[in-house]
Design a protein around this ligand. Structure first.
Ligand SMILES: *[C@@H]1O[C@H](CO)[C@@H](O)[C@H](O)[C@H]1NC(C)=O
Ligand SMILES: *[C@@H]1O[C@H](CO)[C@@H](O)[C@H](O)[C@H]1NC(C)=O
Ligand SMILES: *[C@@H]1O[C@H](CO)[C@@H](O)[C@H](O)[C@H]1NC(C)=O
Ligand SMILES: *[C@@H]1O[C@H](CO)[C@@H](O)[C@H](O)[C@H]1NC(C)=O
Ligand SMILES: *[C@@H]1O[C@H](CO)[C@@H](O)[C@H](O)[C@H]1NC(C)=O
Ligand SMILES: *[C@@H]1O[C@H](CO)[C@@H](O)[C@H](O)[C@H]1NC(C)=O
Ligand SMILES: *[C@@H]1O[C@H](CO)[C@@H](O)[C@H](O)[C@H]1NC(C)=O
Length: 555
């Protein structure tokens, strides 16, 4: 046994993986549904972005009156994002008069005396630059700090976006002349041709309004993509759907035709309020099932058609007081983890210079606090941290394909911290690796040990006789996010967590009906993974060694 323990320690040392954030070899391209880099064979790059608003009335990136631009770039990385979706109004690049207004003049025109003082103090080298040059300075800062960027044409006329009748919704609207737009895209792609970390352009945000027309969508989106590609062939080109970027279903029957390949990505938006108050008024299982079904038909299908799908806007009120948002978030995280999607959180800003007529408006969806000096809610950041890293994709297979069990309401995964202790929730980077068989048995990879239900309120355990009903785990309810099993007397139980994050089984809660009950503690999803840390792999030799000694694993 002594020898075996020595062997085990050596193995643990030898396989300690460094889960550091490697800078991607740019430019990026696509490999079926994955975005990959330019390294050997093309390794997956997961876009974990945050939106940085630069399209409002002041036409300058928000927050520069609160913090120096490099500080903000660094905070973005510190919070675990590797990328920014930087928004801009088209007219910044197509109206030379607007582009040459200075930041100081722009703020003064809006009467933002306090912002001018703050801007002067925090970014004195930017305040007297033209609005175009100021935008370029923000790009340079992100570039210097190795933050990837997606330049997003949010709107034409500077201001808060979006409504059906704001004149910015669709080709042919008052402020949306397709030719002006094409010129603008070319200009942006050209100006940032040499900014290595500008990896993509999203052609136009949230197409919408009464003029929407699929034929015209194809005509101009294809032209827009060609214009960007001609000016800068390195960029990914990102296309938004109709109806506020909630609907790409028309692509099921007619693909986009372009002269180039491996650069096309689609984007979709999904908020809690996308379904008004349904989350709060309905049963969360039923709403989650219905909404995921709908988003799959309208956008999710693109993954199976071999295109990356970038969820370029999602987010919640981070005060945690909006139940509609809270319930949506658990469903969203399960979906995003399950498909290992690329995404951009809405939003970075803790507050705005001026939004919708309000000076210094606070943004409760912002990851930064009002003065942009730290996270608004670190527990929110912890909760999303699991989906900031890729679980799978080309070049990421440092382990064989396996499953991990993700718990969206905590953002954690099922883990075995020590050999004899009960299963618990822990960071997904240290998740236990499982196989999930056709017979719905969850076994620890490389062993005979399977997950078993032991009773109501009891720890889920690991056993080796895996043929009875308590070893079978079936996803149930309309959300398919409850993992149910049966205890010996036939009672159905669901996987759950107790107050100390131990994995237990309990009576299944709020499977149907009623909006008063929130099932989230019982929501788990079994996700595909090909990358994982050695912490979990380390168990493999332990169990094999014990098995070879015929030891029984009692947990
Ligand atoms: C261009 O921008 C200037 C300054 O904001 C504005 O006064 C003018 O109306 C704009 N022109 C067009 C054609 O939008
Ligand atoms: C990009 O860099 C190349 C080579 O240094 C230069 O020729 C080109 O003009 C630059 N483009 C822009 C838009 O600055
Ligand atoms: C969409 O635009 C095309 C091309 O202009 C036109 O022929 C068609 O009638 C329009 N469809 C609708 C539903 O308006
Ligand atoms: C953009 O840069 C690439 C390589 O850096 C170069 O080949 C291309 O000509 C440039 N395009 C423009 C319009 O400057
Ligand atoms: C952060 O979010 C959590 C969970 O939603 C909430 O309970 C908490 O009050 C929030 N904290 C702050 C400082 O808003
Ligand atoms: C997970 O992998 C299995 C087996 O390869 C596959 O059938 C399934 O579609 C994958 N699930 C997702 C959500 O990609
Ligand atoms: C089965 O066992 C559980 C837990 O001991 C108990 O609560 C439940 O009433 C039992 N059900 C039946 C049908 O005996």
């Amino acid at each position: 046994m002594g020898l075996n323990i020595l062997y085990l320690l050596l193995l643990l040392f030898a396989t300690t993986a460094h889960h550091h954030l490697r800078a991607a070899a740019l430019p990026l391209s696509t490999n079926s549904r994955w975005i990959v880099d330019d390294g050997n064979g093309g390794e997956r790059v997961k876009l974990s972005c945050v939106n940085w608003v630069s399209h409002l009335d002041a036409v300058v990136a928000e927050g520069l009156s609160k913090q120096p631009v490099d500080m903000i770039s660094k905070k973005i990385l510190e919070m675990g994002f590797n990328c920014v979706r930087l928004t801009y109004p088209l007219f910044l690049f197509t109206n030379d008069t607007l582009g040459s207004v200075t930041v100081r003049q722009s703020l003064r025109k809006l009467g933002l005396i306090e912002s001018i003082a703050g801007f002067q103090a925090n970014n004195p080298s930017i305040i007297d630059l033209s609005l175009i040059k100021a935008f370029q300075e923000v790009v340079s800062s992100l570039d210097r700090n190795n933050v990837m960027m997606i330049l997003d044409n949010q709107i034409s006329k500077p201001g808060w976006c979006c409504s059906d009748f704001d004149g910015n919704g669709f080709f042919g609207d008052q402020y949306f002349d397709p030719d002006v737009w094409l010129k603008g895209l070319t200009k942006v792609a050209t100006i940032f041709n040499n900014s290595t970390n500008v990896v993509a352009m999203s052609l136009r945000n949230e197409l919408r309004g009464p003029k929407q027309n699929i034929t015209i969508w194809y005509r101009y989106m294809q032209k827009g993509a060609e214009a960007v590609h001609a000016a800068n062939p390195n960029l990914l080109v990102i296309m938004s759907g109709l109806s506020y970027d909630k609907d790409l279903s028309f692509l099921q029957t007619q693909p986009v035709t372009l002269t180039f390949s491996q650069k096309l990505v689609f984007e979709v938006h999904w908020y809690g309020f996308s379904n008004s108050e349904e989350w709060e008024n309905g049963n969360p299982n039923e709403v989650c099932g219905r909404v995921v079904d709908s988003i799959t038909r309208k956008a999710g299908f693109l993954l199976d058609s071999g295109y990356p799908l970038f969820v370029s806007e999602w987010g919640i009120d981070q005060r945690g007081t909006n139940d509609n948002d809270n319930r949506y978030l658990n469903c969203f995280l399960a979906w995003a983890a399950n498909h290992d999607l690329d995404w951009a959180l809405w939003t970075l800003a803790g507050s705005y210079y001026f939004r919708q007529g309000v000076v210094g408006m606070e943004e409760f969806y912002g990851v930064l606090n009002w003065d942009w000096c730290g996270p608004r809610n670190s527990s929110f950041l912890e909760k999303i941290s699991a989906v900031q890293s890729p679980f799978q994709g080309p070049g990421l297979s440092n382990t064989r394909p396996h499953k991990i069990i993700f718990h969206p309401s905590t953002g954690l995964c099922v883990q075995r911290r020590s050999f004899f202790k009960p299963l618990i929730l822990g960071p997904c980077s240290e998740a236990e690796h499982w196989d999930y068989t056709a017979r719905e048995i969850l076994t620890i990879k490389g062993t005979y040990y399977c997950l078993q239900a032991d009773g109501i309120g009891k720890n889920a355990k690991l056993g080796i006789i895996c043929t009875d009903q308590s070893s079978k785990w079936e996803p149930i309810s309309a959300s398919k996010l409850h993992l149910s099993s049966k205890i010996n007397n036939g009672t159905i139980v669901c996987l759950d967590v107790d107050s100390e994050n131990n994995i237990v089984t309990n009576n299944c809660k709020c499977l149907t009906n009623g909006n008063t009950c929130d099932p989230a503690s019982q929501w788990f999803t079994i996700i595909n993974a090909t990358s994982g840390s050695s912490a979990a792999k380390g168990y493999f030799p332990i169990s094999s060694i014990l098995q070879s000694f015929g030891a029984n694993l009692l947990v």
